[in-house]
Write a protein that binds this ligand. Structure first.
Ligand code: GDP
Length: 181
């Protein structure tokens, strides 16, 4: 192996999309800083966090972008999607409207990116079992029909947060290394 190969680095952009208040910022802060904010406001000014993961002995960096509240004004720009290798499409299992809007987010994602972008559907707030409005089966079946990975998460109690990001990062890494070989 040459020195160049040994020092090979991977840096992937991942975007988080979905309706307001589904927990996008908290998923990212839970993953990158192990923090949760009960009263979080739009994270104006914070655009992305970079997280390193080791896969097959290589350092893989994920640059994970949060909408920073742009979706409140239906104004997620094409710059936001540009260069993304992966997308987490988040809904709130306790608010059906956010699940109904997944189709709209998928359309938007498709209009800004090609089919090679790794996609994952994330049903967040699974700690709110008592106010659940979207069943686990509905999430799974939508993901299957649209060819998305799927997981339910809780940014509040940390359920599956790391898993969600790691699945998408590994999938991107696999896609890219398949192309390189
Ligand atoms: P965003 O607008 O999609 O970025 O959503 P935020 O991350 O700002 O979260 C919106 C609200 O939902 C905040 O009050 C959070 O505390 C709350 N929240 C986020 N994730 C969870 C979760 O997993 N469980 C519960 N119960 N509340 C959550």
């Amino acid at each position: 192996m040459s020195d160049d190969e040994a020092e090979e680095e991977y840096l992937f952009k991942i975007v988080i999309i979905g309706d307001s208040a589904v927990g996008k910022s908290n998923l990212l802060s839970r993953y990158s800083r192990n923090e949760f904010n009960a009263h979080s406001k739009a994270t104006i000014g914070v655009e992305f966090q970079t997280q390193s993961v080791e896969i097959d002995g290589k350092e893989v960096k994920a640059q994970i972008w949060d909408t920073a509240g742009q979706e409140r004004f239906r104004a997620v720009t094409s710059a936001y999607y540009r260069g993304a290798f992966g997308a987490l499409l988040v809904y709130d299992i306790s608010r059906r409207a956010t699940f109904d809007n997944v189709a709209r987010w998928l359309d938007e994602l498709n209009s800004h990116s090609d089919t090679t972008v790794a996609r994952m559907l994330v049903g967040n707030k699974c700690d709110l079992e008592n106010s659940r409005e979207v069943s686990l089966e509905e999430g799974k079946s939508l993901a299957e029909s649209e060819g998305l990975f799927f997981v339910e998460t809780s940014a509040l109690d940390s359920t599956n947060v790391q898993t969600a990001f790691e699945i998408i990062i590994r999938e991107i890494y696999n896609n890219v290394s398949r192309k390189v070989l």
